[in-house]
Design a binder for this molecule. Sequence first.
Ligand SMILES: Nc1nc2c([nH]c(=O)n2[C@H]2C[C@H](O)[C@@H](COP(=O)(O)OP(=O)(O)OP(=O)(O)O)O2)c(=O)[nH]1
Ligand SMILES: [Mg+2]
Length: 135
Amino acid sequence: MSKLVHVAVGVICREQQTFLTRRLEGTHMAGKWEFPGGKVETDETVAQALSRELKEEVGIDVLACSPLINIEHDYGVKKVLLEVFLVDQFQGEPQAQEGQEQQWLDVSALSEVDFPEANLEIVNKVKQYFFGEAV
Ligand SMILES: Nc1nc2c([nH]c(=O)n2[C@H]2C[C@H](O)[C@@H](COP(=O)(O)OP(=O)(O)OP(=O)(O)O)O2)c(=O)[nH]1
Ligand SMILES: [Mg+2]
């Protein structure tokens, strides 16, 4: 049985666009696009993890965030609990710090992105947040 990995995920948004990075080779689900984030470490709150990861991965300081959705997903080799936050107030310009590809993408185009399976629910929630009920 695989253990549950607790992950803090940030949907960085500005003017109906979100910032995406591409997972590096050699990682779980390499090549898929993702919302920046990473594992919550011991003795760290999920909010602290979010701030730390967004600083490390895309170089921004989170000024405010709000919870969007929690998703538990079993990938077989790995089971994840994604705690997803909307990040619409931040300092600095998001820029991939680890050589990942990056893009700002319209929320309306999120459904076409090659994301990990668990992200379907995130995408639906983000679209719902921006455009209302119809998804
Ligand atoms: N960051 C992020 N992770 C996601 C998303 N969707 C999804 O299924 N995941 C999964 C992939 C990974 O198994 C896990 C996140 O782990 P990670 O590899 O980003 O963790 P990390 O940044 O701490 O990386 P590392 O230090 O362990 O290399 O959550 C997403 O949109 N963003
Ligand atoms: Mg990460």
